[in-house]
Each structure stands twice: as structure tokens, then as C-alpha cells.
Ligand binder design. Structure first.
Ligand SMILES: [Zn+2]
Length: 262
């Protein structure tokens, strides 16, 4: 048993008893870990109510390899990100990112993943409008998906391998993992060039300025892709809330042609 201190993001927090909490953390040094925060629910807890989702701090805990639950002994706050609780789309988007990390992340350190989650939460918290919070959330989700090794293919057909020009309309094949040319895939809605360009940017971590042009298209793309590639018949709990709340986050009225997936 070793006492360890590491930077940590609180992914999830739930009561364990009348006085204690269990936290799911994404730590810089030890990946995804669960810790018990004894006494965290007491009125004068030494944690002072900071052990909430999206908080970042230096966590000190007793690490017992081979155990599922470790004992927290201290948490020094770095950043609380309380702004994420102010809008439903921001809160649900940040929750979806946390759920992705809990589902796909491992106990091995992955500094790039840690930084991607922290950056995405910051971008969502800083978004001035719901449309931009949606764009920042989508960007975070596609960035994480790509870091997990599931980056969707957007510049060549996933079925025949042929290049598709940036202005060429394509279709999206979530099961095959990317865009398909209209010769290979002849049915289904067309994904137009603008949305594909936005998707390409978001995969690389670029938040679309002012939000995405067609929110409905992007909601459908993310849903189809997560369900086909990562859900494994166990739906993401925060996905529906995110997609419903994002329905209010249109960048502009009209102009949204709906899902671009077959
Ligand atoms: Zn093709």
C-alpha cells in the first residue's frame, strides 16, 4: 500500500453511506480510479464540499494495486468548474465526456487523454451560448473518441478506400467507421461538405466558432457513431440527456436538415 498524490479530475461522485462518498477519478498518474472519501458528507468535512463532478485537484490516496476502491486522504482544489452546472447542454455534454472516460479509459496513465478532458471541460464552461457549449461538447466527444483509437475516417471512403474531395457530398457509415462515397453507399441522407469539414475540425480538437451549422446532423452523427462503435449494447446514460438538451442549442433557426446517417 502506497500513499500517492496525483492530479485528478472528478468524473463522478455518489454517496456511499450517510457520511461517505465514492468518487470516480481520472488521475494523471494512475488513470481511472475509484476512491472512498470518508466523512465527505459530514457538515464540517475537511473536503468542504468540493468533491463534485468536473472538479480538478491534487488527490492523495492510499493506492492498493489489485483493489477496486482506494481510500482518499486529501484533495487540494485546483479548479471547480462550477460554470458547467449553469446550462443543461454544458452539464450534460461534460457528463457525457466523463462517462466516455469511465467506460473506455483504463488504469494506465494517458496524459493526452487527461489534458483533452480538462481542455474540453474548460471550453464548455467558457462557452458564451448554448450553441457554443454544444459545439465544445461535440468537439470534446470526437477528440476523446479519436484518442481512444476510434477516429472516424472523413477523407476517404471507408468501404472502397477511394479519396473523397472536400466538397464532395458523402454518406456516413457509423458501423464501418466513417464516410462512404455515394457510389458505395447509395441510400441514406447525404452529409454535406460543411458538416464534414466541421467534423474533421472537431476530431482534431477545433471548436467550431459560434457552434456547428447543422446541430441536428451533428447530434445524429455522434449518436450513431457512439452506438455503433463504443456502446456495445450498453447505452451511454448521459447521451440522451445531452442530445435532448442540445435540441435547444441551435445556432440559427431553420437550416437544419436532420440526420445525415442512414
Ligand atoms: Zn466508396
Amino acid at each position: 500500500m502506497a500513499l500517492t498524490t496525483t492530479r485528478a479530475l472528478v468524473l463522478q461522485s455518489f454517496p456511499y453511506s450517510e457520511t461517505s462518498k465514492v468518487l470516480r477519478l481520472y488521475t494523471w498518474d494512475h488513470g481511472v480510479r475509484s476512491v472512498m472519501a470518508k466523512g465527505a458528507l459530514r457538515p464540517r468535512s475537511r473536503y468542504g464540499g468540493v468533491l463534485e463532478p468536473f472538479t480538478e485537484g491534487h488527490a492523495t490516496f492510499y493506492l492498493k494495486e489489485g483493489r477496486d476502491l482506494h481510500t482518499l486522504s486529501g484533495f487540494d482544489l485546483v479548479q471547480s468548474r462550477q460554470a458547467l452546472g449553469r446550462s443543461l447542454v454544458g452539464f450534460s455534454g461534460a457528463s457525457l465526456l466523463a462517462e466516455l472516460v469511465m467506460r473506455v479509459g483504463t488504469e494506465d496513465p494517458h496524459p493526452g487523454l487527461y489534458q483533452a478532458v480538462a481542455n474540453a471541460w474548460d471550453a464548455i464552461a467558457d462557452a458564451p451560448t448554448p450553441a457554443e457549449a454544444l459545439g465544445a461538447s461535440l468537439t470534446g466527444a470526437w477528440s476523446l473518441v479519436s484518442l481512444f483509437g476510434f477516429e472516424p475516417q472523413v477523407d476517404a471512403c471507408v468501404l472502397c478506400g477511394g479519396d473523397v474531395a472536400p466538397d464532395e457530398p458523402v454518406r456516413f457509415d457509423a458501423v464501418a467507421g466513417g464516410v462512404a462515397c455515394t457510389r458505395c453507399r447509395q441510400a441514406g441522407r447525404v452529409l454535406e461538405a460543411e458538416s464534414r469539414a466541421e467534423l474533421r475540425g472537431m476530431i482534431r480538437g477545433h471548436v467550431p466558432e459560434g457552434g456547428v451549422g447543422r446541430p441536428g446532423t451533428h447530434r445524429a452523427l455522434l449518436r450513431a457513431f457512439l452506438e455503433a462503435q463504443l456502446a456495445h449494447d450498453k447505452p451511454f446514460r448521459s447521451l440522451e440527456l445531452f442530445l435532448e438538451s442540445a435540441g435547444d442549442a441551435r445556432a440559427a433557426p431553420g437550416g437544419d436538415e436532420g440526420p445525415a446517417v442512414a
